[in-house]
Design a protein around this ligand. Sequence first.
Ligand SMILES: [Zn+2]
Length: 198
Amino acid sequence: MVRLENFYNYPGIFADRLKKLHNVDILFFSAEKMDDYDEQTNTGWVHLQAIANRKYNIDLLIKIENNNFNLKSPAKANCSCPSFEYEFAWILYHRDGLAFPTMYWYQFNVMYPSPPKKRNKHHVIAGCKHIVKFAHVIHPRYLGNGNFRLDVVTDPRLQIQVEIAMLNRQVIKMYGRNPSEAMRLQRKIQSLYAKIAY
Ligand SMILES: [Zn+2]
């Protein structure tokens, strides 16, 4: 099982990446209870979403118990950046630490069934710098007593940014597979950017 501490601490081999965390800007925009969440005991999985550096989409799932979580809480993550995809997704997929693993089923069962040999060849369980920074942002130390409010930001500008991040994720997947669809999505992204331009 993967725990929040796996996304909070960098193991020795990646320790130098802590220096890069100050360059990561996190826009934490939603926290939602997942289907299994029990309202009586306030226990179950919650899905936290954020955007890193206005570009990458982050999903972090944490198992809350009695309305609390800590570094030992079970957790799963996903980030749309290349570091996450090439270094951490494979091992997390195989350790039940990947959020929404069905997205990766084809990739890790058909395209790359064997482990990566160059990037993260020791199969260290960790996250990209975006995930690690997000884990720091939501850590109970910053929220007080581990209780957190499931706030959802409703600023339409933020929602457009979220939409753009989602579309960017699709574009990455479409290139090489369906170039005309990728172009169509790119145009849609441009029009969304125009809406939120100052
Ligand atoms: Zn990332």
